[in-house]
Design a protein around this ligand. Structure first.
Ligand SMILES: [Zn+2]
Ligand SMILES: [Zn+2]
Length: 389
């Protein structure tokens, strides 16, 4: 089959590789219908995620059709149209039982690698390095899905492929970001990053009771999207001082809840960006925490910071004093897809949110390298590219 492979930092290639097979009775094989790029893939591409190997198939947000099922699967059958959680979790351990699927004890086939880096291993993620299980990703014609009955969700009638697609990763991540905020009626929520996850966090904040949502980014087309589709007020951080602007918009109090939907490759105007870039290049810090620093300063006293942008290692100049003295609450994590997907499919079916607007480009898999280049440099107003393998 054809697959889009990582072959080195900033190098992708479409290759012919063997078709996946059922390896475990709980596996299913899915013929991929649509597979989207995700902002977190750029960290792989840029070489910030260790344990990638030449030839690894990337991609973790996808939907498709079940073409083979392992003998232990009772509820799934060939021909089912499904969206698949990007997180590989067993569905039976203590963490899964308590809804913390991304912390699953059994989802990571390479647990020892993660244990060394994190203390305890978390779940696996499709196509996201050997530290996250070494699972082959979804930018391919077919994919093996372990623990398939825990990870695959039947797409309800009337929900289009491109709407279901983002219930795999971007929507549950954005929803969890808002959920972790503990939003109370009337809250003002600020969201850093107006990409796919940020946009979904904005919708989710309203669904959970926010009265106002403020989006922060630097790309005019993404800010326009946030205004049009997610009913957000917007700030361009290259045009205004974010701290001052947020203070002014909130009567001097600051936003009640702040969401970091950017993560380790944050960009900021001015000297701070170059300071972080140099430290990162010299490997003195692995992540550029510009958004985190700004959100800590901007958040109202006693507010909550919810972090779903991915961080990989160590950061520098973290304003712990501000966080402590302002009494901030921090919530963070890889998202628990399996916990949220059924609820999100309901929202989509009911017409409350249609994430399909994120899809700006729908391309054949052969154009994978070009698609990532466009996504990375945000040319042609690209928000999300999905490949049709
Ligand atoms: Zn993702
Ligand atoms: Zn589990």
């Amino acid at each position: 089959m054809k697959a889009l492979c990582w072959v080195g930092t900033n190098k992708l290639s479409v290759e012919r590789i063997p078709d996946p097979e059922i390896l475990n009775p709980h596996d299913a094989i899915i013929r991929v219908g649509l597979s989207s790029v995700c902002g977190s893939d750029l960290h792989l591409l840029d070489g910030y995620v260790p344990t990638m190997r030449e030839g690894d198939v990337i991609g973790h947000e996808f939907m498709g059709e079940v073409v083979a099922v392992g003998p232990a699967l009772k509820k799934m059958k060939r021909g089912d149209r499904v969206v698949v959680a990007s997180v590989v979790a067993c569905g039976g351990c203590w963490f899964c039982d308590t809804g913390q699927y991304s912390l699953c004890d059994n989802g990571n086939a390479h647990a020892a690698v993660a244990e060394k880096a994190l203390g305890y291993p978390g779940a696996g993620i499709f196509g996201y390095s050997h530290a996250f299980g070494g699972y082959s990703g979804s930018h391919a014609q077919y994919i093996r899905v372990p623990f398939a009955e825990n990870g695959c969700f039947i797409i309800p009638d009337g929900v289009r492929d491109e709407s279901a697609l983002f219930c795999s990763d971007a929507f549950p991540t954005g929803f969890m970001a808002a959920d972790m905020c503990g939003i109370e009626p009337g809250d003002i929520v600020a969201v850093w990053g107006a990409g796919g996850v940020g946009q979904m966090a904005m919708h989710s904040a309203y669904l959970l009771g926010a009265s106002r949502v403020i989006a922060i980014d630097r790309f005019p087309e993404r800010l326009a999207m946030a205004r049009t589709y997610a009913r957000a007020e917007t700030l361009n951080y290259e045009e205004v001082d974010i701290l001052e602007a947020l203070k002014e918009m909130t009567g001097g109090r600051g936003p009640d809840r702040c969401i970091d939907a950017v993560g380790m490759e944050a960009h900021s105007p001015g000297a701070e960006h170059y300071y972080d870039l140099v430290k990162q290049q010299l490997k003195i810090e692995t992540d550029r925490p510009a958004v985190l620093r700004q959100a800590i300063m901007a958040c109202r006293k006693g507010g909550t910071l919810s972090i779903v942008g991915v961080y990989g290692g160590l950061i520098d100049k973290f304003p712990m004093g501000a966080a402590m003295n302002k009494g901030l609450t921090f919530r963070m994590g890889q998202m628990h897809a399996q916990k949220y997907i059924p609820r999100l499919l309901d929202y989509v079916q009911a017409g409350a949110v249609d994430p399909a607007y994120l899809l700006t480009h729908r391309w054949p898999l052969e154009r994978g390298p070009e698609g990532y280049d466009m996504f990375k440099h945000k040319t042609d107003n690209c928000v999300r590219v999905a490949f049709q393998p």
